[in-house]
Design a protein around this ligand. Structure first.
Ligand SMILES: [Zn+2]
Ligand SMILES: [Zn+2]
Ligand SMILES: [Zn+2]
Length: 110
């Protein structure tokens, strides 16, 4: 495995089960105006990225202190560490799940 500048990569690279198909916190607030979604590698919390109005993925790091997240976008398998602030790829990691296109559509019609 290629070495990465992050000391938090777990032994098990399996992706956790996503908590939701959209940003968990935005959905709880009745919102669907996130830009992109991020998946917490430790607990599976789905949060919205820093380009989104409420930045719940970063908020989750501050609340839960879970340092690693992965993109929850289709065809993106990069990881991000909030502690070292590095983006990297992990060789051999199984593909992360991604949200369906339904998430926001369903929210919009509700
Ligand atoms: Zn790290
Ligand atoms: Zn959000
Ligand atoms: Zn977490």
């Amino acid at each position: 495995m290629k070495s990465v500048d992050c000391s938090h990569v777990p032994e098990s690279l399996d992706a956790p089960t996503p908590s939701s198909d959209g940003c968990t916190n935005c959905v709880a607030l009745g919102r669907s105006d996130w830009v992109h979604l991020r998946l917490c590698q430790e607990c599976g919390n789905v949060g919205c990225c820093d380009s989104s109005p409420l930045r719940h993925a970063t908020a989750h790091f501050h609340d839960a202190r879970h340092p690693l997240m992965r993109s929850f976008e289709r065809r993106e398998d990069w990881w991000w560490c909030y502690v070292e602030e590095v983006m990297f790829l992990v060789d051999g990691a199984p593909a992360a799940p991604s949200h369906s296109d339904q998430a926001r559509i369903l929210q919009d019609v509700q």
